[in-house]
Design a protein around this ligand. Structure first.
Ligand SMILES: Nc1nc2c(c(=O)[nH]1)N[C@H]1C(S)=C(S)[C@@H](COP(=O)(O)OP(=O)(O)OC[C@H]3O[C@@H](n4cnc5c(=O)[nH]c(N)nc54)[C@H](O)[C@@H]3O)O[C@H]1N2
Ligand SMILES: Nc1nc2c(c(=O)[nH]1)N[C@H]1C(S)=C(S)[C@@H](COP(=O)(O)OP(=O)(O)OC[C@H]3O[C@@H](n4cnc5c(=O)[nH]c(N)nc54)[C@H](O)[C@@H]3O)O[C@H]1N2
Ligand code: SF4
Ligand SMILES: [Mo]
Length: 701
């Protein structure tokens, strides 16, 4: 497949990498490759100027892959029957007819929508509007529920606003002390590493907290190898020392926070000696980190999915935020807290209404004022807006229970990425209608009735919001291949087929953005001062940006937090057990995560030869102690069994893992899908599944 390159603006990158939240700028240039094009780092985007990791360098491979779907495909029965090429008109008409007949029999809520965090702000916004206005259903959620929901809930509770990073990346080199917990930046946001290395060069101390030695922990001065599930115990130990030795910032606590008494109470029993008993982390290490961080002039705490993807994920995150707050290390130079966002548009994707309980601008769908404002922008009566739906995994459960009869999936592969995914497989088979809008026949799409060929990053213009909260404009770099269409056109055309086209008339994508900006006005994530023209001239703006002459807000909380009293909230955390603690029958902990070469469910990177050949199958990491205990030989494989299933993996024996913990990456489907084993227990607040902890047996095969 050959795609013509467009003539494009030269002072903006041709495009941006489609993978992680760094959103590195890239140039697309002619090459000898069969596709005729390759990527190279752009000098025109400030976040990672001149840098791309191996995923960015190979980001076009999947775009040109021979398996890319180029025509709408249909079949009569899901999971079986042959795919047939159909026209768009046929697809839209038949899908609309089936949706309408299901809705007349079972009600509007019989249709669900499942979105994703790789999509542009405009498409995320339209997905939310499409569900509420065209389908009039309450059931929409998205894969970010599996990603940022615990961090989002914690930030909202502590700060009154959820922007993953409270400061721009450029503040990292100004920090004298960095705590990096459950975040493997070297593999997951590789082009962020120079920021850490610059801080280190200027004398910063770096602490990593992870059950594994990672590429990231290699740059650390202290690595805390914690068993999964013990973060809150460990942090209570640090907070205990800070309180006991009067290292906290009394003035900041008094003037800018509330809740310190409950925090003091909660950490009282967690003496360093007790924390050593519970975690195996030595008392002097606990004291050294507590003193070091508290006494440092500046400091930053970064967390990611390691401690967030747990059934206590919100509380874990709140406890790390406590560290920043009690030491007054937030809202000023060299300071801040950041939950490192994962997906390309994981930040913008959680602001514009594809979350079950949300309207654009990070507004609550249950807030009468927000409903009135957004309904006004959409030209409907507030009473027509549905109420809140349920979280991603619960939505799939409603499919299994038969309440949701049809599902539209755009930008996700939930059959691979959901916990306890045998339930998901069973559920998908029950659907009367499954429509997948994607570039490929994903594992999920195997159960579809329709695959609609959507656009890749290189073909779709739009805005994205990176991990810093920086909104920027991504150009269209090439024409769509074959008969594929832009995601936003697909949504508008389907709305038309459903008889609701009047609400989806846009002369171009910029008009979608204008409407989005108006819909966010006055909300928490306020984009109303942002225009395409400003983004092109200023190479990005940090939200909130509430007026055309507002400069945007790179550093949050300089003088107030976003609760009504202007204060941040401290929370005393009582550490809790994971949903499935180890026991005599299942004596080891399984944790899951990522490799540098692959991306999420692997749909794109398993189709990228240069990446896939470095990691063609998942390999389980086990400690020599465990290897010996199960009598592992040179070439043996292991069987890992949880209460939900049993799978065989190749093994890497490494000292760099907590002895009772096994790590398996999740980028594969079928018999290699670790989510067959993971637990579907959800955090009570964020509804985040416990991807990072389940109890398993491990045996030699
Ligand atoms: N190469 C690559 N990069 C990616 C992605 C990808 O798939 N591949 N995905 C992107 C996305 S969507 C996301 S969300 C981010 C995720 O980025 P990260 O959250 O950094 O990635 P993970 O590997 O899921 O988990 C990070 C670490 O948590 C550790 N961990 C496990 N359990 C615990 C625990 O109980 N406590 C602590 N402190 N640590 C624990 C794991 O050992 C792991 O090293 O990466 C983004 N970047
Ligand atoms: N065990 C375990 N499971 C996990 C995690 C873990 O750490 N451990 N992490 C969780 C996390 S953090 C995440 S974010 C999820 C993500 O998991 P998924 O939601 O499954 O994410 P992807 O694999 O990126 O799926 C995106 C799909 O959208 C398609 N796509 C990409 N861009 C576009 C576009 O612009 N338009 C259209 N139409 N399609 C597009 C891709 O081809 C792909 O099929 O996985 C979660 N699952
Ligand atoms: S760091 Fe992230 S955005 Fe940059 S090239 Fe790598 S995967 Fe792409
Ligand atoms: Mo994620």
């Amino acid at each position: 497949m050959k795609s013509p390159l467009l003539t494009i603006s030269t002072d903006q990158p041709s495009s941006h990498c489609c993978f992680c939240s760094m959103q590195c700028g890239l140039e697309i240039i002619p090459s000898e490759k069969t596709s005729g094009l390759i990527t190279k780092p752009s000098q025109n985007f400030p976040v990672a100027t001149g840098r791309l990791c191996q995923k960015g360098l190979n980001a076009l491979d999947h775009v040109f892959h021979a398996e890319r779907i180029l025509e709408p495909l249909a079949r009569s029965a899901n999971g079986s029957g042959r795919w047939q090429t159909v026209t768009w008109e046929h697809a839209y008409a038949d899908i609309a007819m089936r949706i309408q007949s299901l809705q007349s029999e079972h009600g509007a809520d019989a249709i669900g929508v499942y979105g994703g965090g790789s999509l542009t702000n405009e498409v995320c916004y339209l997905l939310g509007k499409f569900t509420r206005v065209a389908l009039r259903s309450k059931y929409i959620d998205y894969n970010g529920r599996y990603c940022m929901s615990s961090a989002a809930a914690a930030s909202n509770q502590a700060f009154g606003i959820d922007r993953g990073m409270t400061m721009p990346l450029s503040e990292i080199p100004n920090a004298k002390y960095l705590i990096l917990a459950g975040t493997n930046i070297a593999e997951c946001q590789p082009t962020m590493m120079p920021y850490l290395l610059e801080a280190k060069k200027k004398g910063a101390v770096i602490v990593t907290i992870d059950p594994r030695n990672t590429m990231t922990s290699k740059v650390a001065d202290i690595h805390v190898r914690l068993q999964p599930g013990f973060d809150s115990v460990f942090i209570n130990g640090l907070l205990h020392v800070m309180v006991e030795e009067k290292l906290v910032d009394e003035r900041f606590i008094q003037e800018r926070t509330s809740g310190f008494e409950s925090l003091k109470e909660a950490v009282k029993p967690f003496t360093p000696g007790r924390v050593e008993e519970l975690t195996g982390i030595l008392e002097p290490v606990i004291r050294t980190i507590a003193r070091g961080f508290a006494k440092a002039e500046t400091g930053i705490v970064l967390t990611a999915r390691g401690l967030e993807q747990q059934s206590n994920g919100v509380e874990n995150t709140l406890n790390y935020i406590n560290l920043s707050l009690v030491t007054g290390k937030i809202g000023r130079k060299g300071c801040g807290y950041g939950a490192v966002t994962g997906q390309a548009n994981g930040q913008g994707g959680r602001e514009h209404g594809q979350k079950a309980d949300q309207l654009p601008g990070y507004r609550s769908i249950e807030d009468p004022a927000a409903r009135e404002h957004v309904a006004g922008v959409w030209g409907i009566d507030p009473s027509e807006l549905p109420g809140k739906g349920v979280s991603a995994y619960e939505l799939l459960k409603k499919v299994d229970e038969g309440e949701i009869k049809a599902l539209i999936v755009l930008g996700s592969n939930p059959l691979v990425s959901s916990p306890n995914n045998r339930m998901v497989e069973r559920a998908l088979q029950k659907l009367d209608l499954l429509v997948v809008v994607d570039m490929f026949e994903t594992e999920t799409a195997r159960y579809a009735h329709y695959i609609l060929p959507g656009s890749s990053f290189a073909e779709a213009e739009g805005t994205m919001t990176n991990l810093e909260g920086r909104v920027f404009h991504r150009q269209k770099a090439m024409e769509l291949p074959g008969n594929s269409r832009l995601d936003y056109h697909i949504l508008c055309e389907l709305a038309e087929a459903l008889g609701r086209g009047a609400y989806f008339q846009y002369a171009g994508i910029e008009n979608v953005f204008r409407e989005l900006a108006a819909a966010t006005a006055g909300g928490k994530a306020d984009y109303s001062g942002i225009t395409y023209q400003r983004l092109q001239e200023e190479k990005g703006l940090f939200w909130p940006c509430p007026a055309p002459d507002h400069p945007g807000t790179p550093q949050l909380f300089a003088d107030h937090f976003h609760h009504p009293d202007g204060r941040a909230k401290l929370f005393g955390i009582q550490p809790k057990m994971p949903a499935e603690p180890i026991d005599a029958e299942y004596p080891f902990v399984l944790t899951t995560g990522r490799l540098a070469n692959h991306y999420l469910s692997g749909v794109q990177t398993r189709r990228t030869e240069a990446l896939n050949k470095k990691a063609p199958v998942p390999v389980a990491e086990v400690h020599p102690w465990l290897a010996k205990r199960i009598g592992l030989g040179m070439d043996s494989k292991i069987r890992i069994t949880s209460r939900r299933g049993s799978l065989v993996f190749e093994v890497k024996v490494t000292e760099g893992i907590q002895p009772r913990t096994v790590f398996v990456p999740f980028h594969w489907g079928d018999e290699h899908s670790i989510n067959v084993l993971t637990n579907d227990a959800l955090d009570p607040t964020s509804r985040m599944p416990e991807f990072k902890i389940c109890a398993v047996q491990v045996e030699r095969v």
